[in-house]
Write a protein that binds this ligand. Structure first.
Ligand code: UD1
Ligand code: CA
Length: 453
């Protein structure tokens, strides 16, 4: 049976107190809606239709390449009205799964259960909450069958005491859905067209209503405020940490890691506290990450170590490298195997060959270093002349003395030695010592100045 997904995402999210449309607020570094669309994709939905309204342009722009179909709900007249706007996009056959753009953490297995349960009728996702406030309540009859859903604002005191809530997610046949939606009115406390009223109509038509109850209440939690978003972020991060632990990664503290994107780990990887992973990060076998590192779009080869307080972005690191503490790799940096980058070294748009080292206080920008180059403390590539950037090339086996300034464009030929403190603005010959600094002199008989009394 084909499955189409309708995602409701037109609401404003007033309680977020934000100019950003609610479904664009990030969870784990990605918009809420992205997580919901992931679910639709994982379910192999034939079509995914997103009902949007508030911040429509921004929402569409954020998902321009997602392949979803967009439906504009100009005025938000309720969840039933929202679904109605999407009906013309359905082909009339198959099942429809309705998801909320602001309920991002439902597990795939439970969504599959929900779709299964729609087989012969209507399936609802429900949960037992200690504090059901704000949610629609599931009203069951004497024999325990679902009879209807009552919104909190329309509920009697007795109905409010029910702890089983409507998560909002629903699966049912497309044909029946459109029939029932046509019958829904808005005579209720909020003057809204409630999607939940299809339950009453299903019961009236003798169609089975199946409640799929989930045991983990965090799955059905929606985001209405920043507090709720922050709570969901912790839930999401705990899940990520548990997945890493289950995959054999050592985490010094599963409560102190943040994965805002995709983190892929080889065998025996170990990650210390307070590390943040953004975008796509891939860590090879036995990679060790020390405390307080930020890695964004980075690939690291096997047996490399990143020491504390390092910040690595859009870079590639080979095998058996040592980076940090306090190192910064900016976009376009590529370290071959066995490279060492030490404290307070900044690398930008540069390649370092096998076993090259820059261990202390350097800036290496727009540079190409061969193999086994040693960059002394304080050495700087002067890549910018105030108007344009230029490249520095340092060939294999060069030794750059401390505090050298290499004024680009410049080429340091194979096996060059550069005397400490030199300012080099001309290419150097291979295998020679080049020194470019004032000669040291000492003045005999020199006396320090005296203060006047
Ligand atoms: C809804 C359910 C309630 C359930 C709760 C779960 C109804 C009538 N009530 O209530 O039973 O417990 O969700 O979170 O369905 N939306 C639109 N267009 C609209 C109205 C809403 O796109 O006109 C979207 C919102 O952006 C949101 C979702 O639908 O993503 C739910 O809307 P919301 O107003 O939060 O519904 P609740 O009142 O919380
Ligand atoms: Ca809500």
């Amino acid at each position: 049976m084909p499955l189409d997904v309708i995602v409701l995402a037109a609401g404003q999210g007033k309680r977020m107190r934000s100019v950003l449309p609610k479904v664009l607020h990030p969870l784990g570094g990605r918009p809420l809606l992205a997580h919901v669309l992931d679910s639709a994709r994982a379910l192999r939905a034939r079509k995914t239709i997103v009902v949007h309204g508030h911040g429509a342009d921004a929402v569409r722009a954020a998902f321009a390449d997602s392949g979803v179909e967009w439906v504009l709900q100009g005025e938000q007249l309720g969840t039933g009205h929202a679904v109605q706007q999407a009906l013309s996009h359905l082909d009339g056959d198959g099942n429809v799964l309705i998801l909320y753009g602001d309920v991002p953490l439902v597990r795939l297995a439970n969504l599959e259960r929900l779709v299964q349960a729609a087989g012969q009728g209507v399936a609802l996702m429900t949960a037992e909450l200690d504090d059901p406030r704000g949610y629609g309540r599931i009203v069951r009859n004497g024999t325990g069958n679902v009879e209807r859903i009552v919104e909190e604002k329309d509920a009697t005191a007795e109905e409010r005491s029910v702890r089983e809530i409507n998560a909002g997610l629903m699966a049912l046949g497309a044909q029946r859905l459109s029939g029932w939606l046509a019958e829904i009115g808005n005579r209720n406390a909020q003057k809204e067209y409630y999607l939940t009223d299809v339950v009453t109509l299903a019961v009236k038509d003798g169609v089975a209503v199946n409640a799929v109850k989930v045991s983990d209440a965090t799955e059905v939690a929606g985001v209405n405020s920043r507090r709720e978003l922050a709570a969901l972020e912790r839930t999401y991060q705990r899940r990520q940490a548990e997945q890493l632990l289950d995959a054999g990664v050592t985490l010094a503290d599963p409560a102190r890691i943040d994965v805002r994107g995709m983190l892929e780990c080889g065998a025996e990887v170990s990650i210390d506290v307070n590390c943040v992973f953004e975008g796509r990060v891939s860590l090879g076998d036995r990679v060790r990450i020390a405390p307080n590192c930020v890695l964004r779009n980075v690939t690291i080869g096997a047996d490399s170590e990143v020491h504390a307080f390092s910040h690595l972005e859009d870079s590639e690191i080979g095998m058996r490298c040592r980076v940090g503490p306090y190192a910064r790799l900016r976009p376009g940096s590529s370290l071959a195997d066995e490279v060492h980058i030490g404290n307070f070294v900044e690398v930008k748009a540069s390649r370092l060959g096998v076993a090259s080292k820059a261990n202390h206080l350097s800036y290496i920008g727009d540079a190409e270093l061969g193999a086994r180059v040693n960059v002394g403390a304080g050495t700087i590539t002067c890549n910018y002349d105030g108007a344009a950037k230029h490249r520095t090339v340092i060939e294999d086996d060069c030794f750059i003395g401390s505090d050298a300034t290499l004024v680009a464009p410049v080429r340091i030929a194979r096996g060059s030695y550069i005397g400490a403190g030199s300012t080099i603005n001309k290419d150097t010959p291979a295998g020679q010592l080049t020194v470019a600094r004032a000669r040291q002199v000492s003045i005999p008989g020199w006396k320090p100045p005296k203060k006047k009394s």
